[in-house]
Design a protein around this ligand. Structure first.
Ligand code: HEM
Length: 221
């Protein structure tokens, strides 16, 4: 009964939007390599973890308050008072580390098999940008709970661009939004972490995916 009902809904959409040929071309009849090594799953897993991060991040945003006086309290509130809050918060924190590990394992596999050679140079270039954006995403997120560890982590991390000749000092001032790590830094990192960086990563993942579709994966189909 329900099956027929769902079938009718699918057919209604299929007649209008031609979903079946699209599914056949991209999923059910798509040519894929007969064998793939286990190392080929790292890119897909990095994508999966990114989606988990977006989802858990949206849930955390319902309670997180980005201000030096409230940030730490709001994270503690999520961990101890919000139903399943500890699980969402831990998943997001562990997911951040896992995503970085997976992105670099994916990069190592691509480097080892030299898949950056023609015609896949731009897969590599967009990948390097994704690796940098992912690292920055984790770095900006680390400050948000406003603990001693986050504070000193941000202080040391933001000192690094100071080594750039001539403009280093200006870059440090710009990244910190002032001479010290303060509420201004927290607000800036928050905006980078919750939408600017995720939006950029989504754009580059889309670019990465389109290019992979164009060249196909680097194995005989
Ligand atoms: C957020 C980060 C990333 C995501 C979500 C991602 C996702 C993917 C996926 C799903 C594939 C197809 C399956 C596979 O070969 O693993 C792929 C392929 C590829 N990626 Fe990434 N990737 C990311 C970062 C990178 C990085 C850091 C590099 C290198 C600097 C890179 C370079 C490549 C290349 C060259 C291919 C083609 C592999 C082939 O044809 O066999 N990607 N990526």
């Amino acid at each position: 009964m329900i099956k027929r009902w769902l079938q009718n809904i699918y057919e209604w959409f299929d007649q209008r939007y031609h979903i079946t040929p699209l599914l056949e071309e991209n999923v059910t009849k798509k040519m894929v390599p007969r064998t793939l090594s286990w190392a080929s799953c790292f890119g897909g897993l990095a994508l999966l973890i990114f989606l988990v991060q977006v989802f858990t991040g949206m849930l955390l945003l319902m309670y997180y308050k980005p201000h030096p006086q409230t940030a730490w309290d709001s994270v503690t509130f999520i961990q101890s008072n919000v139903p399943m809050g500890w699980l969402i918060q831990r998943t997001h924190a562990v997911g951040a580390n896992l995503m970085i590990v997976l992105v670099f394992m994916h990069m190592a596999r691509v480097a080892y098999y030299k898949i950056f050679r023609a015609p896949r140079e731009l897969h590599w270039v967009s990948g390097v940008i994704l690796a940098l954006l992912t690292t920055t995403l984790a770095f900006t997120g680390y400050l948000l709970p406003w603990t001693q560890l986050s504070y000193w982590g941000a202080k040391v991390g933001t000192e690094i661009p100071g080594a750039v000749p001539v403009i280093g000092e200006q870059i440090v001032l710009w990244v910190r939004r002032g001479p010290n790590i303060s509420g201004e830094t927290l607000g800036f990192f928050f905006s980078l972490h919750i939408w600017i960086l995720p939006a950029m990563i989504s754009g580059f993942i889309a670019m990465h995916a389109v290019m992979i579709r164009r060249t196909g994966i680097s194995r005989p189909l």
